[in-house]
Design a protein around this ligand. Structure first.
Ligand code: FAD
Length: 583
């Protein structure tokens, strides 16, 4: 066991391995079974969800419930539920492929994810055998729907500062308080609710909608995802049996934060799926609309946008699969057969908390940039509710806010990385930063290696000069996070493209162009962040030397990106879609 564990990729360790040498899962390597399920999900979304887009967005909750039940019939509500409780117990990669499809309709995708992920997973990982037997089979079929209630009006980012209370009285828990912004609240049958026992031990409870003392407020009037239900959940002497405590007294923080990690992986993946749909309709519009006697797609600045959209899809997918590969590998070494199966699985997921946050931040911002490119490519029509970009622009804005805001996730990324670089078993930050550069010959890998070297140098300086106190400067912490996530994404894209080339994949030339475009741009951002972080670290006199030292390092050869992007856009226009997808 100890030997097996030593072979797992450690969270955050990607910065310390030579560029391109870590094993990496890619979207090109799916099992037949995973592809068949993803295709079934695609047909379900195209046949049942997208034609009812408007009804869903008019908050037809009965329809959403019916569609969730249909998803249950297909088996895609129970993919991550153990077989013993009516699920399929599939790997996370399959769940990710399905989620990419669901993401084509943002409101339904939000309801689906709140149910299958943050609503159901606390019971999967922390439920007693009796709780699992009672709830999971019904959640797997969609007979019951779930919600996760952590946030309160006074505690959002400060998620553990909940004021809701739980008191044990005569063999029953009595809950009081109000939860805010709860997805699926309008139709959920089962709520995982966080409250403090005797005002101090944050704990999780399973509350059913028919329990006395629970009610919900009015639907929130939102900017986007208008078809998803979001309400307050009000607990007024809500009385539930003693055995509804989930995971034990005081386990609330463990459950709340662990489950959020799962949600973050998934949000990164769903951003990719939504991006594909945006690119599809933007390609169509850029072909149909003419100006100056030419279709929009003949203009270099529209081609740039189309190419960037495809680049974000390619990189986002590479990044999601990279992370999910690590995760599946770690989860495969746990077993539901063991009494500690749920806790072991949660621990395996925790290892990649930093990668989960990176996927969430990167994916949500990439999708927002893509939606913005779509609005701009449509011109005035992009500003009109009659055309699709206006909706995606509103719908995807929430991704930067929920599952931990991107500010909180950036702070977590920097904090986790520096923590992992301290202590006896820590990742070797100081040593790696002072190692002589051994650069690969390949241009793309060289860009990754130089980015790592530059980031490690400046982060090691930050750690050396200020220790963990550097995190008190939140802008500096965000710069550390930005470098890490750019490098993680860049390396994922480069490895994916090179694997495709080595396998003779039909789209390998396109993939290499996509990876090249991203690596060049990401390198420039890493370099800028490194310089600005250096400026945060030292007094004027030391600063000049620091910046000079950073600049003295080699840089990758510049690439004329307009030609690269023109080739990408041409392939997209010829195909009329993003052509690399497995499904
Ligand atoms: C549509 C929707 C659905 C949701 N669904 C659910 C759900 O199903 N279950 C659930 O429990 N919650 C849910 N939420 C709540 C969501 O998770 C919170 O809104 C989110 O965590 C942010 O909390 P807040 O709104 O209180 O913002 P605040 O915490 O007040 O943050 C406001 C701003 O300050 C920043 N900020 C806060 N603290 C810090 C800090 N320490 N350092 C730097 N910046 C900081 C934030 O990044 C943000 O920019 C949902 C929210 C929405 C809008």
């Amino acid at each position: 066991m100890a030997q097996e564990e030593s072979q797992l990729v450690r969270g955050g360790s990607f910065m310390f391995h030579p560029a391109g040498t870590l094993p990496q899962a890619t979207p090109e390597e799916n099992s037949e079974e995973a592809l068949a399920i993803a295709e079934a999900a695609r047909d379900f979304v195209n046949g049942e969800i997208l034609p009812r887009d408007e009804e869903i967005d008019h908050l037809d909750l009965e329809l959403t419930r019916d569609l969730l039940a249909k998803a249950g019939d297909l088996g895609i509500l129970g993919m991550e539920i153990p077989e013993a409780y009516g699920g399929l117990d599939l790997d996370k990669k399959t769940a990710l492929l399905v989620l990419e499809q669901m993401a084509k309709q943002a409101s339904f995708s939000t309801s689906y994810t709140a149910h299958t992920s943050i609503g159901t997973m606390p019971i999967v990982y922390f439920g007693s055998p009796e709780q699992k037997a009672k709830y999971l089979p019904k959640l797997a079929t969609g007979e019951w729907c779930a919600a996760y209630a952590l946030t309160e009006a006074g505690s959002g980012s400060d998620a553990l500062g909940a004021k809701a209370t739980a008191v044990l009285q005569d063999g029953h828990w009595v809950l009081n308080g109000t939860k805010a912004w709860i997805t699926n609240a309008g139709f959920a049958d089962v709520f995982v609710i966080f409250a403090k026992i005797n005002g101090s031990h944050l704990s999780a409870f399973i509350v059913e909608k028919t329990d006395p003392g629970i009610s919900t407020g009015a639907e929130e009037k939102k900017m986007g995802i208008k078809g998803s239900s979001t309400r307050t959940v009000i607990l007024e002497n809500c009385t539930i049996p003693e055995d509804r405590l989930l995971g034990g007294k005081g386990k609330g923080a463990r459950i709340a934060l662990g489950i959020l990690n799962v949600g973050r992986f998934k949000l990164g993946a769903s951003s990719v799926g939504a991006g594909k749909r945006v690119l599809e309709y933007t390609l169509r519009y850029a072909q149909e609309r003419t100006q100056f006697g030419k279709p929009l797609n003949a203009f270099g600045l529209i081609q740039q946008k189309l190419a960037n959209m495809a680049m974000r899809i390619f990189v986002g997918e590479a990044m999601s699969f990279r992370t999910i590969g690590y995760l599946d590998e770690a989860l495969a070494r746990t077993s539901w057969e063991r009494e500690t199966g749920g806790a072991d699985k949660m621990k395996a997921i925790d290892e990649y908390a930093m990668e989960a946050s990176m996927s969430k931040v990167w994916g949500s911002e990439a999708l927002f940039a893509t939606a913005d490119d779509a609005v701009q490519s449509f011109g005035g029509a992009g500003f009109s509710a009659e055309y699709p970009p206006e909706k995606i622009y509103r719908d995807c804005r929430i991704n930067r806010i929920f599952e931990g805001t991107n500010e909180i996730n950036r702070l977590l990324i920097a904090q986790t990385f520096l923590k992992r670089c301290s202590g006896v078993d820590g990742l070797p930050l100081a040593a790696a930063a002072s190692e002589p550069l051994d650069l690969p010959k390949d241009d793309l890998l060289r860009t990754v290696a130089l980015s790592k070297a530059r980031a490690l140098k400046v982060i090691a300086l930050a750690q050396g000069l200020h220790g963990p106190k550097i995190l008190d400067n939140q802008e500096a912490a965000a710069r550390i996070a930005n470098m890490l996530l750019e490098i993680y994404a860049m390396e994922a894209a480069v490895v994916r493209a090179q694997k495709m080339a080595a396998a003779g994949h039909r789209w390998s030339a396109l993939a290499l162009d996509l990876a090249t475009a991203y690596a060049q741009e990401a390198w420039n951002r890493v370099q800028a962040e490194a310089r600005m972080l250096a400026a945060e670290l030292a007094s004027d006199t030391v600063l000049d030397a620091l910046v000079a030292d950073l600049l003295a390092m080699q840089a990758p050869a510049p690439v004329a990106l307009s030609a690269v992007r023109q080739r990408i856009a041409q392939a997209l226009v010829e195909q009329g879609r993003y052509p690399i997808s497995a499904v």
